[in-house]
Design a protein around this ligand. Structure first.
Ligand SMILES: Nc1ncnc2c1ncn2[C@@H]1O[C@H](COP(=O)(O)OP(=O)(O)OP(=O)(O)O)[C@@H](O)[C@H]1O
Length: 258
């Protein structure tokens, strides 16, 4: 069964913007799949449609066979979302944050308690379990976001630019965590602006531009499709060299990609 099946999806916002113009995509169980594209390409809109935060104008989305548009409940249970923005309640402790999330997804008290202990340990957060989330460091907040997304044992984890604005050390640490989650069997959809990140983590990826999937495959296949030597060159063919000169492909630590 396909983990995520998006068929001919369109999304027109009330403003008239056509954010998605017939997107079709399939991600297989266990895959680590990257969605790459410039600002405004439609990545967040696609994620919002797949997580029930936005309603597509037309087309269909199935998550492990469950309709994610009209009968969302089963599909929603199969998905964990780690959003780009740190949308945490700053007045809750770490344990409460995970506990409320588990409760929302219908987990029983005993199951929640066990899962919280397991996740706090896996993400090296046990010592902080009774602290309020606002006292955490940036890296700990990112790890908590990941732990919360995994709390209800989703089969598909969606990571929306998980390392945007983080330093190199934390980026490597987060890569390590998400690779392990994938190796343990969770399917992952990652959006990122960092080509190095996509190359390190993803089995396959797709380029999205102006609401359309314009290329799809492994890093090597994408390069071959554009007749260039690397993923970076293929991406530059897609977005044009202007974006690179504005620094969008460079990490926050200042490491340049060309
Ligand atoms: N709620 C909204 N109402 C109207 N237009 C929107 C809304 N959300 C996004 N858009 C528009 O839809 C298009 C796609 O935006 P989207 O946020 O999906 O792109 P993105 O690829 O995630 O970009 P970024 O990399 O900057 O996050 C853009 O033109 C954007 O301005």
């Amino acid at each position: 069964m396909t983990a995520l099946q998006v068929s001919d999806l369109t999304k027109r916002y009330p403003t008239g913007t056509e954010a998605l113009r017939g997107v079709s995509l399939e991600i297989q169980p266990g895959e680590f799949f990257g969605l790459l594209g410039p600002n405004g390409a439609g990545k967040s809109t696609l994620i919002h449609c797949a997580t029930g935060l936005a309603r597509p104008t037309s087309g269909s989305i199935r998550i492990f066979g469950h309709d994610a548009v009209d009968h969302y409940e089963q599909a929603r249970i199969a998905v964990g979302l780690a959003p780009q923005d740190l949308n945490i309640d700053w007045f809750l402790t770490l344990e409460e944050t995970l506990d409320y999330h588990g409760g929302y997804f219908g987990m029983r008290r005993k199951e929640r308690k066990e899962r919280i202990a397991e996740l706090l340990d896996a993400f090296s957060l046990t010592a902080k379990r009774n602290d309020r989330t606002r006292t955490l460091s940036g890296g700990m907040k990112r790890r908590l976001i990941l732990a919360r997304a995994l709390m209800h044992r989703p089969k598909l984890l969606i990571l929306d630019e998980p390392t945007a604005g983080v330093d190199v050390e934390l980026r490597l640490e987060l890569w390590h965590y998400v690779q392990r989650i994938n190796q343990e069997g969770t399917t992952i959809l990652l959006t990122t602006h960092y080509l190095e990140e996509a190359e390190q983590l993803c089995d396959r990826m797709a380029f999205i531009n102006d609401g359309r999937i314009v290329a799809e495959g492994t890093s090597d296949a994408l390069a071959a499709q554009y007749g260039v030597a690397s993923l970076e060159d293929a991406y530059l063919e897609l977005v044009g060299r202007k974006e690179l000169s504005r620094g969008i492909l460079a990490g926050d630590s200042g490491e340049a990609t060309s």
